[in-house]
Design a protein around this ligand. Structure first.
Ligand code: LLP
Length: 389
């Protein structure tokens, strides 16, 4: 059940702060994505980096999504969570030899390769293990995602992928690698993208590069267009499920492909963000000289996005309010950093010690980015079924 519909007496017994996962909304979101993708013959690999909570992963795996991993531990986690090896991809600019060996031994579906040197290292390790590696070459398409610069990945100045200028060399190295098979091309331009024109521009680049390879006699079986679909942080109740139809439609319309060519997506945020909420308790309500502060028992250690990217998350007081007057608060955490602030000048019903506060749309890049800074306790979580939701 949606967090703001649950009666307070059901939430009060749980020690705060905790992540609350609305499993019903998660399942509805996953279903919507699956229906929209299946209809067009598209494949989704869930980007584990957004959330690798066991129960969340189990729900995703149960629907038959693949797994997109960025570390050896994520590869292991997806295998332990029941994702079949042939549906696991391994991306990232800095894969270690140990991680590459481990993924090869598990015979995962493919490596998304980010540099020529990495290609050669994978070839050497595969040779030494007597394995073969499927690879998709990540190309940096120089497409501006028009999102926060920290989560833009497809520009020339970003560290990701092989630049256009090195493609000729990459193609020649690929011909020399005897233990590597090129299966696809991989692109990812950024995250929290809400302007569908960005994906249209991406399609144009993908078509260009696919043609470039095909003109040189190389068959491209898979077009992996990454993830990046954004969610509505401002209106989680009005838009709990992203518009997967509109998103996939862009690729369906603008990506040139043959019936044999598969289109793969690596969605993270869009699948899990709205189903997670950080629930916290007011420790103190304090009037400063210029501001009113609500000091919560959750801080940047539990949800880092506002401190790191000045990200907006909707903040609400939970429970039916008899208090009609509101006040503008800076909603802050207990961590010894001034950036430990969830929102400035947030209008809330006048709140007091013990009140419960919800920080919405925190299911993606929330729990996974929690830290133990200030020797904080490990993050707790509660599922909708635990509160009868
Ligand atoms: N594929 C690749 C290669 C990626 O780098 C990412 C995200 C994804 C897929 C999944 O993207 P999504 O569908 O979730 O947008 N911590 C930041 C987001 C970092 C995204 C990193 N890469 C945040 O909290 O906004």
């Amino acid at each position: 059940m949606q967090i703001n519909k649950i009666s307070l007496d059901r939430l009060t017994p749980f020690e705060t702060p905790f992540y609350y996962y609305d499993m019903e909304l998660l399942n509805r979101t996953l279903q919507a994505a699956k229906v929209a993708a299946d209809k067009r013959g598209f494949h989704i690999h869930y980007a584990l980096k957004a959330n690798f909570n066991d129960k969340v992963l189990a729900a995703i795996q149960a629907l038959g999504f693949g797994a997109d991993c960025v570390s050896g531990n994520e590869v292991q986690k997806s295998i332990d969570s029941g994702f079949p090896a042939e549906q696991i991809t391994f991306a990232g600019v800095g894969k270690s030899d140990k991680e590459i060996s481990m993924a090869l031994k598990h015979q995962i579906f493919a490596f998304n390769v980010e540099s020529i040197e990495e290609l050669q290292v994978i070839d050497e390790i595969a040779a030494s293990l007597g394995e073969r590696a499927n690879v998709s070459l990540r190309i940096n398409p120089n497409v501006d995602a028009h999102t926060h610069h920290y989560i833009t990945t497809g520009l020339d100045e970003n560290k990701f992928g092989v630049p256009n200028s090195e493609l000729e060399q990459a193609a020649s190295v690929l011909r020399d690698c005897k233990h590597v098979d090129l299966v696809g091309l991989h692109f990812h331009v950024g995250s929290q993208i809400t302007d569908m024109n960005v994906f249209k521009s991406l399609c144009v680049k993908v078509n260009e590069w696919k043609n470039w390879f095909e003109e040189r006699g190389t068959t491209i079986k898979i077009l992996n267009v990454g993830g990046g679909l954004g969610v509505d942080y401002h209106h989680p109740d009005e838009n709990p499920i992203p518009d997967f139809e509109a998103y996939f439609d862009v690729f369906d319309k603008f990506l040139e492909r043959t019936p044999q060519q598969e289109v793969h997506f690596e969605l993270g945020r869009a699948l899990v963000a709205q189903s997670g909420t950080l629930v916290s308790r007011v420790l103190y309500s304090k009037s400063g000289v210029k501001k009113n502060f609500l000091i919560l028992d959750a801080g940047m250690t539990e949800l880092m996005r506002p401190a790191l990217y000045q990200a907006y998350h909707k903040i609400e007081r939970l429970g039916l309010s008899t208090e009609t007057s509101t006040l503008n608060y800076d909603v802050v955490g207990p961590i010894c950093e001034s950036s430990d602030c969830f929102g400035k000048e947030v209008s809330l019903p006048i709140s007091k010690r013990g009140d419960l506060i919800a920080i919405r749309t925190a299911g993606a890049y929330g729990e996974v980015m929690a830290s133990r800074y200030n020797l904080r306790e490990e993050i707790r979580y509660v599922f909708s079924e635990n509160v009868g939701g």
